[in-house]
Design a protein around this ligand. Sequence first.
Ligand code: ATP
Length: 319
Amino acid sequence: MKTIGVLTSGGDAPGMNAAIRAVVRTAIYNKVRVLGIKRGFNGLIRGEIEEMDVASVGEIIHRGGTILHTARCEEFKTEEGLKKAYNIIKIFGIDGIIVIGGDGSFRGARDLSKFGVPVVGIPGTIDNDIACTDFTIGFDTAVNTVLDALNKIRDTVTSHERVNIIEVMGRNAGDIALYAGLSGGAEDIIVPEIPFNVDNVCRILIEGKNRGKVSYILIVAEGTKNSFQLAKEVEEKTGLEVRVTVLGHIQRGGSPTAADRILASRMGAHAVKLLLSGKSNRVVAIRGSQIVDYDIDEALSMKKEFDHEMYELAKILSI
Ligand code: ATP
């Protein structure tokens, strides 16, 4: 393995830069050349590639986003797109590719591996929706961003004696809602993994009100229920004043936390070591405190487990 390509794909996540830095520096330390591929699979198809040196990844460990930029690429899902990418890989003499992204990006990487290109995936997404790993790069930062917002919103809902529904990201995964909700003491957490009923939410709020409670925060994972619709129903059924805060893209940005920087550094270095030891078609993961790796097909076939125990704990602690 003489030349490794690295790209970021799908939604950006804080810590992607720390992962790029780890890939570049581990490779160069091992006397391997690194080519940075811009704009995910789009840039690969178009040959937007440049060599990275030690200095090119200086001053980025603390920055959110990705210096390589990221994009979605429909063309890559076609045989023609994959062939174009394969030709570029040959032209640039790339011996293996590291893909930092979510499971969509790993599907793309797996398709590329069918052409005989060694690939390694690094889970980079704020959603923490990749089944083979306990944590993805960016998740901890996103949770802390939500927590910071929740703390601020708590001040104002307490002053005004209101209910605030905070809508967080996560698509089909409730982990951001769960972790931010537990750490922020939210009164209820609404996630796609657990069926919910508006009347139960209203009961929690009315019981709280009867005990003299003055502020309530409900965390809703996007995709579970329309937050504005929920606010209307809760207001009608409880008589409480309800406001909605949709946090949106602020959850994707920001300087990565120490936990994300460390995770990204360890995963980036591990990905390079896999390629150097001749292993390919793997996804890097963390299990407990250990960095491990899985076959890419196995990783993609796993089903993400929701932490029901933690969810129950959040319920108990918010009574
Ligand atoms: P995130 O979850 O953070 O958005 P992701 O990697 O899951 O990240 P996607 O938009 O699903 O984001 O995928 C990124 C890119 O990976 C797509 O634009 C496409 O190029 C490629 N890709 C996604 N799904 C597939 C698939 N089923 N087959 C081949 N390539 C795919």
